[in-house]
Write a protein that binds this ligand. Structure first.
Ligand code: RIB
Length: 317
């Protein structure tokens, strides 16, 4: 089986739900609170693991109770913890999440904590896995200097780099040129390309700009509209799958985890996006982020219903 390394964030999600979100300066009474594992890197690694991939997460947490939340969660999931680095000084990151339970929308304030302090020693510890992986998946919840060094190692070794540029920030074109597949949402694609995106036509224009910067493949996720996918010569719009959404937090992470799993199984870009689409759709039917990631059998069943022509290898079902 091909190997996936996700080098990214673990943070503890502190999620409050209410029937509406507060305005600045306003206090609103909520209905429930939950503390659990989150962070885009960790969510994507968990999604890939549950989807059936051979995936490992490299991340950094503090020597604190929230760091222990990570270790306990991976032990329960049966995921390796060899590359969970500990920081003696900087605490584990946190995300304050508010969910509007009527509409399923959310607001997130993330403090990446120890994930913003990934140093050369941490990167050295993961270097053999970066070089040996078939796919390296990254997001933007780690410090920029570390991100660039990790991508450089992967690029030199010929490891396929998939970058989910979230949360949105500007990136140097030299970095984008080393990315095999970029998976922004419409806001992130607009920021990186300078093209405002409201429609699939806009997404196509933004994709052209990003392809000209050197990115080889693009998957622009557009929420309930679906995804625009292109490899520069072929393009496809993959509509979203209609489900009863109760919490959309982490849906993009689920999509990415499913997507890289399918790529690692040899699916092409477009079929991998379909598998990711099914993974994302299932994740919004449950509360939470990492705990809401679907398992392979459910993803395969949804693909069979939605994409009867999609060929999925039988494994871990
Ligand atoms: O994508 C959702 C994730 O973003 C949450 O789990 C939160 O931790 C933030 O990083």
């Amino acid at each position: 089986m091909k190997k996936i390394l996700v080098f990214g964030s673990f943070v503890v999600d502190l999620t409050s739900r209410a029937d509406r979100l507060p305005q600045p300066g306003e206090t609103v009474l909520g209905s429930s609170f939950k503390l659990g594992p989150g962070g885009k890197g960790s969510n994507q690694a968990v999604a890939a693991h549950r989807a059936g991939a051979d995936s490992i997460l490299a991340t950094k947490v503090g020597r604190d109770v929230f760091g222990q939340v990570a270790l306990d969660f991976y032990a329960a999931e049966g995921m390796p913890v060899d590359l969970i680095m500990r920081d003696d000084e900087v605490p584990t990151g946190t995300a304050l999440i508010m969910v509007n339970e009527r509409e399923g929308q959310n607001m997130i304030l993330v403090v990446i904590g120890a994930c913003g302090n990934i140093n050369d020693e941490d990167i050295r510890r993961a270097e053999a896995q970066i070089r040996g992986a078939d796919i390296l998946m990254l997001q933007l919840e780690i410090n920029q200097d570390a991100l660039e060094k990790i991508i450089d190692i992967a690029h030199q070794a010929g490891t396929r780099v998939v970058l989910n540029p979230a949360p949105a920030r500007h990136l140097p074109p030299a970095l984008l040129a080393k990315v095999d597949t970029l998976t922004p949402n419409e806001t992130e694609a607009a920021l990186l390309s300078g093209v405002p995106i409201k429609s699939f036509d806009d997404a196509k224009k933004a994709a052209r700009v990003l392809l000209d910067m050197g990115v080889r493949n693009l998957v622009i996720t557009m929420g309930s509209m679906g995804a625009y996918v292109t490899d520069g010569t072929r393009e496809e719009v993959i509509p979203s799958i209609k489900v009863e959404a109760i919490d959309t937090t982490g849906a993009g992470d689920a999509f990415n985890g499913g997507f890289i799993t399918a790529l690692s199984e040899g699916m092409d870009l477009f079929d991998a996006a379909r598998f990711g689409n099914a993974t994302g759709a299932l994740s919004v039917t449950k509360l939470g982020t990492a705990p809401a990631m679907p398992h392979r059998a459910d993803i395969v069943a949804m693909c069979a219903r939605e994409y009867p022509d999609l060929i999925i290898k039988t494994r871990k079902e």
